[in-house]
Design a protein around this ligand. Structure first.
Ligand code: MN
Length: 249
């Protein structure tokens, strides 16, 4: 008996914080190999934000944007759906680029049924509630009115604003305690309880791990995805559970 080429592997992959840019071709190459060697044939790929280092609109002009769209599209065309949730770097990614790459856009948070286990997906930045300055900035910049204004600005101006925002965020981060930039444990429990789930997968903090949070007497799990700077990795789940893999680049 031969295996049907379209047969699924019964696994779903989760990644975040790849921060792809033309300036870091090694990470890009690793991501494309990951798609071809690991994800091909899987049930689904979920990209939970910050796929790109920066995204000022679907007219984003980096080569990596075109190449990534082509790679994702061929994965989707071969039968593995790709879901994308916005991160704080690429929240301007919109329907045009999603269509070009074959990705389905997800709201943040998104609750899915993962092989019978209700699972909540989020980028993770909304859980960092101790960083009050960031949460205020996020509310302003992600407001629908701000977004629609931003989309009307010329490309060069959007790019300049994005660079300023990144520089501001880097210098603000330098003055913040590490705990402030991690998730708040109470916010995690509130989110799990509010969505009636006992499993959470997110990125953003770049602190790959599996954590246990006790919610109303139950041990619930929180999987944190790695970034793709010095290393790379993912969370993979099947009917038996999830596992975190982190490798060197
Ligand atoms: Mn992020």
């Amino acid at each position: 008996m031969s295996l049907n080429a379209s047969e699924k592997t019964g696994r779903s992959f989760f990644v975040a914080d790849l921060h792809l840019t033309d300036e870091r071709p090694v990470a890009t190459g690793r991501f494309f190999r990951f798609l071809q060697e690991d994800v091909a044939g899987a049930d689904a790929l979920y990209i939970l934000g910050d796929l790109f280092e920066a995204w000022v609109g679907d007219d984003h002009d980096e080569q990596v944007a075109r190449d990534t769209a082509r790679q994702l599209k061929s994965l989707v065309d071969a039968g593995t759906p790709v879901f994308f949730m916005h991160g704080n770097r690429d929240f301007m990614l919109a329907a045009r680029y999603a269509a070009r790459s074959g990705m389905t856009l997800l709201e943040d948070p998104a609750r899915i049924d993962l092989y019978g286990t209700p699972t909540l997906l989020t980028h993770g930045d909304t859980l960092c509630t101790d960083d009050i300055a960031y949460q205020t900035f996020r509310r302003r910049v992600r407001h629908p009115l701000t977004l629609s204004l931003l989309r009307r600005l010329p490309f060069s101006l959007r790019r300049r604003l994005a660079r300023q925002a990144r520089a501001g965020s880097e210098s603000a981060k330098a003055g913040k305690a590490a705990e402030i930039m991690d998730v708040n444990a109470d916010a995690v429990v509130r989110m799990l309880r509010g969505h009636q789930v006992c499993r959470l997968i997110h990125g953003h903090t770049h602190r790959p791990a599996r954590h246990v949070h006790v919610v109303d007497g139950h041990d619930c799990e929180r999987w944190v995805l790695p970034d793709w700077y010095a290393g790379w990795g993912y969370v993979v789940c099947d009917a038996a559970g999830c596992a975190l893999r982190v490798e060197d680049l």
